[in-house]
Ligand binder design. Sequence first.
Ligand SMILES: *Cc1c(COP(=O)(O)O)cnc(C)c1O
Length: 395
Amino acid sequence: MPGFEIFDESEKQQINEVMEKGFTFRYNFDGMRNDVWKARELESMICETINVKHAHLVSSGTTALTTALMAAGIGAGDEVIVPPFTFVASVEAIVLAGAIPVFAEIDETLTLSAEGIEAVITPKTKAVNFVHMCGYGGHMDDIKAVCDKHGLILLEDACQATGANYKGQALGTIGQVGTFSFDSVKTISCGEGGAVLTNDETIYNNAHMFSDHGHDHIGMDRGAESHPIMGSNFRISEMNAAVGVAQWKKLDRILEIQRRNKKALKDALKEYPEVSFRVITDEAGDNAGFLSIMLPTEARTKEVVATLAEQKVPAVFYWYANNWHYLKNWKHIHEMKSSAKLPIDLIADRPDYTQVKTPKSDDIMSRTISMLIQLSWTEEDIQSRIDAFAKVFKK
Ligand SMILES: *Cc1c(COP(=O)(O)O)cnc(C)c1O
């Protein structure tokens, strides 16, 4: 998945252009910048590639999520449905927006299921934070239908799925609002960065204003701008955006390499009847940043994880036991531990997160292993993994 694997001169040239000709700030300073606008340039490249009206860059995927929630009008006391298998940022962004995370079950797509969502809807439910984990999403027609049926906003966290499609539509553009992350280990890296994606004018306007202290960004004089809403500072810098410009030009190449490398491993694993695969609802649209497999039981999965480690196969993730990506292991989230009182602490009937049960997700995740697909692999690297599989899996 990581775009940093193919950093070359082009990222440096882009940064140099900002330092030598342009300016570090993404807005204004028209007189100083010789028409160098890296954030704008990357935004229009994103819009064109993924066919969305607006892409607004911010400082990270996490701030993109908070911005997306606030911009879509999701705030204090609203319930937002979220999967237990995700990156912890999904939960943090909801809590910081003053809203209430409500956990629902995933299915073999490793993402929320429509039934899982429907089972936890209450009169306070405002939105679904649908997280496209490990390079791909789920049954998006069903997800969209259940959101529409119940009048819920569909927020797509496509932070791990840049470049992925469902039936020709880019993940992140199916719901009312979506997000990308461009952090150091994502498909496209800006160093740090993220984007809010939307076709909705109101959400877009709220997003660019919210992420820059409420500035309306009208005219050429920042000091004279008005502030229709309050906001914060979640801006991206021009240096970060410049790295993204160079990286975005490599997206097709990244996807092609990932898809080829993933196919080689997947084809090899098809030989082993005990191995099944994460359900991908549109193979052609997979970003292919990860290969995720399932084994018949938790015990066998643990054994396989241990043998893969013995065989020194790197970048193997057993999320069920990893403390970054699965609810079961997030003690600080169970207890809503924070350095200061949170809006959610004022909500008397909020869920008791120490008691949340997601048995279906536990069953799936306890049997799931993901392997990172890397861009830098040689034929030998791929072959050595395939050779290791022969020592790990049962024919
Ligand atoms: C990486 C990631 C984020 C957060 O992105 P940052 O840019 O690291 O803040 C959010 N959600 C998911 C699913 C992610 O993988």
